[in-house]
Design a binder for this molecule. Structure first.
Ligand code: FES
Ligand SMILES: [Fe+2]
Length: 398
């Protein structure tokens, strides 16, 4: 992994109790140098969302992606496993996969035609040892495969840990699943399905990735930014969520299920009857936003493009094959459209906060000790990562 310098911003003021704490300073939102440091010391040291496994529907699918400037490739191998590799040929460093595609045999480099199987093993090296010679003395093919990136898939999100030394994903996710088992039961995640119609959307925002997370964590802005939503799922119907160290957000006790006669979407069978109007919206730190309702779920990956530009990639998940029928197409579309309205309303807020961070009259701001707890929880998470980097002198696992 590339090594950046250690982020130098003072973190002790951020790590104070909420009544006294400062928010992250402007530089954390306006500096591309800081963004590069975040890649290696914040996002790269934990489990970051990269893409959606369902976008690689068949064995042999490969998809090149960039993660904060790093060229990566996601693929589904012959064993149906999702793998992530650095997208660079071991020979002279050519980008290996240029386009999303389904490959029949091997991944072949355009430059000198070295080829790799879908487990990243180097298999073909034409003329390596001279014309017609695939081998060369002292050259071990097994030493020159593609470099893997630690990855896992959960709730359709392909998560990566660039540093390779984050806690096991199972330990990381446990505080969230311990809570969500109460809604989804043991079978809920296995039932999630995407549909061609009502699948998702992509939203470009002129803001730092953290502002999208912070905005998602809070319900405080609801009456003013989402007046329509606030007519039935009101500010006072919401509660804070802080599950363990890595998950913060909000829940509602007044979610309105899409329920037109005959077209109601199928629901999670184990979701408790008395909680049908409950819904939870949780930021999976650093960059994945999750939502669960009794009749659908969603995941949004925030892709940081630069310090002041991000893209939000959303996928909606419905409950079981039955939810994918034509009969439910209108309900799926209506569900997606209702989220389009809400997420579009948020754009102004996050872009306005981004512009505000150009001001010398702002130094990170303060928190309401009652309304801003999840936002403060997220700032503390970022600050702890920065502090750990400062304490280690910026040492990054190779
Ligand atoms: S750079 Fe890929 S084969 Fe030479
Ligand atoms: Fe919002």
């Amino acid at each position: 992994m590339n090594q950046t310098t250690v982020p130098s911003i003072p973190v002790d003021a951020i790590l104070q109790p909420i009544e006294k704490a400062n928010g992250l300073p402007n530089q954390a939102y306006t500096s591309n140098e800081f963004l590069a440091q975040e890649r290696d010391h914040v996002l790269g040291k934990s489990w970051a969302g990269l893409w959606f496994a369902s976008d690689l529907p068949k064995k042999g699918y490969v998809k090149p992606v960039e993660f904060m400037g790093l060229p990566l490739v996601i693929l589904r191998n012959k064993q149906d496993e999702i793998k992530v590799f650095h997208n660079v040929c071991s020979h002279r460093g050519m980008i290996l996969v240029h386009d999303e595609m389904e490959v029949q045999g091997a991944l072949r480099c355009k430059y000198h035609s070295w080829s790799y199987n879908l487990d990243g093993e180097l298999k073909g090296t034409p003329h390596l040892g001279g014309i017609g010679q695939q081998k060369s003395d002292g050259f071990n093919h097994c030493d020159h495969g593609l470099k893997p990136v630690r990855s896992t898939v959960w709730m359709d999100v392909v998560f990566i840990n660039l540093s390779g030394d984050a806690p096991d994903f199972e330990d990381y996710i446990k505080p969230l699943t311990a809570k969500w088992d109460n809604f989804l039961g043991q079978t809920g995640l296995d039932r999630l399905r995407t549909a061609a119609n009502g699948r998702g959307m992509k939203i470009a925002v002129n803001s730092n990735w953290k502002l999208a997370v912070e905005n998602y964590c809070e319900s405080y802005h609801l009456p003013w930014i989402h007046p329509g939503l606030n007519t039935y799922s009101r500010l006072e119907d919401h509660y804070h969520i802080m599950y363990g160290d890595n998950f913060g957000g909000q829940g509602s006790n007044a979610y309105r299920l899409y329920d037109q006669a005959g077209t109601a979407l199928p629901r999670f069978p184990e979701w408790p009857q008395e909680k049908l109007e409950q819904a939870e919206y949780v930021s999976f730190y650093p960059n994945v936003l999750l939502g669960i309702q009794a009749d659908h779920a969603f995941a949004m990956i925030i892709e940081p493009l630069s310090c002041d530009r991000s893209v939000e990639h959303l996928r909606l998940y419905y409950v079981g094959e039955e939810a994918l029928s034509d009969e439910h197409a209108a309900s799926r579309n209506a569900t997606l459209e209702s989220w389009r309205v809400v997420f579009s309303e948020d754009i102004d807020a996050v872009e306005g906060m981004q512009r505000g961070r150009q001001s010398p009259g702002y130094g990170g701001g303060v928190f309401s000790p009652v309304m801003d707890n999840p936002t403060h929880h997220f700032h503390q998470w970022v600050a702890r990562k920065l502090k750990a980097a400062q304490a280690s002198g910026g040492k990054i696992a190779e």
